[in-house]
Design a binder for this molecule. Structure first.
Ligand code: K7E
Ligand code: CUA
Length: 640
């Protein structure tokens, strides 16, 4: 069967030859959808890719873009090279990572626990835990300066435990995690673009009583959802605003004045029927300067130590406005020309285009909310998210139709004002049920319109059958020409809601750690108190029931090849990797103790465990580092 398919491909290749014909066929195959056409399409797409070579990155060649992929409910972030769509790295964030010891090293546990609320810490402590070991990530977003990426940070939400995390892009590691108080399930996340990030805006999706301490349990009318601005530099909550409806997605303008957030469930119900009863929901507009002024003027209440303003509909605040949008809007996407924000209909086939410049007049009371909507093109069934090419076109993912729809913004505005123009440029089938879509640099003023990814929720027949749980299908589309071309299928694991594509010139990661990195400050202080020089000494410090083992590592040996403890001792092993060379990571694994950590070149890392099993326990380096890597080991001797 598979041989037959192979030869079929070969004959097609020799038959067609020219790239143009193949591209046409690829488009046709895409139109079919469904199982049979889906299979046919897959092999043709492979041909197109080989023929055009545009998405191919040859061995040894380097991709032009970093893709930062949400890892969905795996709780991590993945780095994907574009256009090759090769997965380059995983960054553990909210998850426990077996390979790197994230969630096990003392350093990561501190990051994962220190930003939790006192209530959460107490609740976890009752279960013998210091943090959660899972998360549900949706929206990875890099930090900005003046409307484009500045390469400092990447922020991401955890919907499941109401947290956000910050990743340092110089080392591609998580450096801060905080829980957002008063809020419930952070979904939408976007960064301030101008003058810089600045604020990280977070949508608390589900409505709860505030404070959520057992009051108003059965009175949903008293529940609220909360919009939070976090200071991205300090990772402290700056302010919060209570809003009406369930906050979904958000985005910021390019002027530092406004943000918008889509809301479903303006009905404020608690069942699907109640939540979708009304044909109209809304987008909330937040006036940043007015919010800051209200906080300054003392108009906020302090709840859990945070300034919380009432921006609900009934409060008629001077810092929020409610723009009516049809039927449960979902995606919220600012265009790279700095002029518009697209509010995607979900249950309505339309995208509502709001012009940022109109909001000054709206807040001044000169125009109505509806007058801020300058276009409302019909896109297809289930528009979820919109991205841009920087040439005046928008690309909207349409979930029910399984398509990406390219449309022209200027024409959509003309159509709204009565001109007979069709803003739709092209519809391309994707496989299948697409959620987010994003194009290269599309969320910056430097949108370059080269590549677009369509993150499809279902892959069905597109890949080898791997059992009842199928991968998602992240498809790559070439948008550089007049017509979109599907060029690659990429299987991914549960479940990248969203991804951003960043030109490689924006990010400058290090090859080796700097010993001056504040990451190592705690270990340096601990070592100093023990009279140990982290970078030179190999010493065992005994402190009552506690034993601290400081060792260096230089391929292929640990600085300590055996140490002795008493059964029941609490052992802290600190390893400092003295190798000063790109790609020379070591590891420390203690057999039979569930311990396995990464120590990057020039890094220090530590892990604490109880040695309660008398006997000989080998530790070894699990990161292949040298021809004598297997020999890089030592013994922990545990006395009865
Ligand atoms: Cu549309 Cu969480 Cu951005 Cu999923 S979200 S698709
Ligand atoms: Cu060090 Cu392997």
């Amino acid at each position: 069967m598979s041989e037959e398919k192979e030869s079929c491909c070969v004959s097609r290749r020799s038959l067609l030859g020219s790239g143009a014909k193949i591209a046409t066929l690829t488009g046709l195959a895409g139109l079919g959808g469904g199982m049979v056409a889906g299979l046919g399409g897959a092999s043709l797409i492979g041909e197109a890719r080989a023929a055009e070579g545009s998405a191919d990155v040859a061995p040894g060649k380097i991709d032009e873009y970093y893709g930062f992929w949400s890892g969905g409910h795996s709780g991590e972030v993945r780095i994907v090279g574009l256009p090759s769509m090769r997965e380059l790295m995983r960054i553990p964030v909210f998850n426990r990572c077996s390979a790197t010891g994230w969630g096990q090293t003392n350093e990561s546990l501190k990051i994962l626990s220190e930003g939790l609320t006192p209530e959460t810490k107490a609740s976890l402590a009752k279960r013998g835990l210091v943090t959660f070991d899972q998360g549900d990530t949706h929206h990875p977003r890099p930090s900005y300066t003046d409307g484009t990426y500045d390469g400092r940070y990447l922020f991401i939400n955890d919907k499941s435990n109401t947290r956000i995390a910050r990743i340092r892009l110089d080392i591609m590691k998580t450096d801060k995690v905080i829980e957002i108080p008063n809020s419930h399930s952070i979904h939408g996340l976007r960064n301030q673009r101008y003058p810089k990030t600045g604020y990280v805006f977070c949508c608390g999706e589900h409505r709860i009583p505030v404070p959520n301490t057992g009051i108003n349990l059965t009175n949903p009318k008293e529940y609220v959802s909360i919009y939070t601005a976090v200071d991205g530099d300090t990772m402290k909550v700056a302010w919060q605003v209570m809003v009406s409806g369930n906050l979904d997605n958000t985005d910021a303008d390019y002027a530092g004045k406004y943000t918008a957030a889509t809301c479903y469930n303006s009905e404020e119900g608690v069942t699907v029927g109640e939540m979708t009863a009304s044909p109209e929901d809304h987008a909330v507009i937040f006036n940043i300067a007015a919010i800051e002024a209200a906080v300054k003027a003392g108009k906020a209440q302090k709840i859990a130590g945070v300034d919380v303003l009432d921006g609900r509909k009934a409060a008629k605040s001077d810092f929020t406005r409610y723009i009516p949008i049809p039927n449960s809007p979902h995606g919220c996407n600012a265009s790279p020309d700095g002029k518009y924000v697209m509010l995607n209909g979900k249950l309505s086939p339309t995208v509502s285009v709001v012009e940022w410049a109109k909001l000054d007049e709206l807040f001044a009371g000169k125009i109505t909310e509806k007058q801020c909507i300058v276009a409302q093109p019909e896109i297809g069934l289930g528009p979820l998210h919109t991205t841009f090419d920087g040439r005046g076109n928008a690309y909207t993912s349409v979930f029910l139709d399984s398509q990406i729809v390219k449309w022209n913004i200027a024409d959509a505005i003309k159509q709204r004002s009565g001109e007979k123009v069709n803003p739709i440029r092209q519809k391309i089938d994707v496989h299948y049920q697409v959620g987010h879509t994003n194009a290269s640099m599309a969320e910056t003023k430097e949108a370059d319109g080269k590549w677009l990814v369509a993150l499809c929720k279902f892959s069905k027949d597109r890949f080898l059958n791997v059992g009842p749980l199928k991968p998602e299908n992240d498809q790559l589309i070439d948008i550089s020409g007049d017509q979109m071309k599907l060029v690659h299928d990429g299987a991914t694991f549960a479940e990248p809601h969203d991804a951003v594509i960043v030109h490689r010139s924006k990010i400058k990661p290090l090859d080796v750690y700097k010993r001056t990195d504040p990451l190592f400050d705690d270990l340096k202080a601990m070592a100093k108190a023990d009279g140990v020089d982290l970078e030179a000494d190999n010493k065992v410090i005994r402190d009552g029931n506690k034993v601290r083992v400081y060792m260096t590592s230089v391929a292929p040996a640990f600085g300590i090849t055996d140490f002795t403890v008493k059964a029941g001792n609490e052992v802290t092993v600190v390893v400092t990797n003295l190798d000063n060379m790109s790609d020379l990571a070591h590891g420390f694994t203690m057999v039979g103790h569930g311990v396995c950590i990464e120590i990057g070149p020039q890094a220090s890392a530590s892990v604490t465990f109880v040695a309660d099993r008398p006997g000989v326990h080998w530790y070894y380096c699990q990161w292949f580092c040298h021809a004598l890597h297997m020999e890089m080991s030592g013994r922990m001797l545990v006395e009865a």
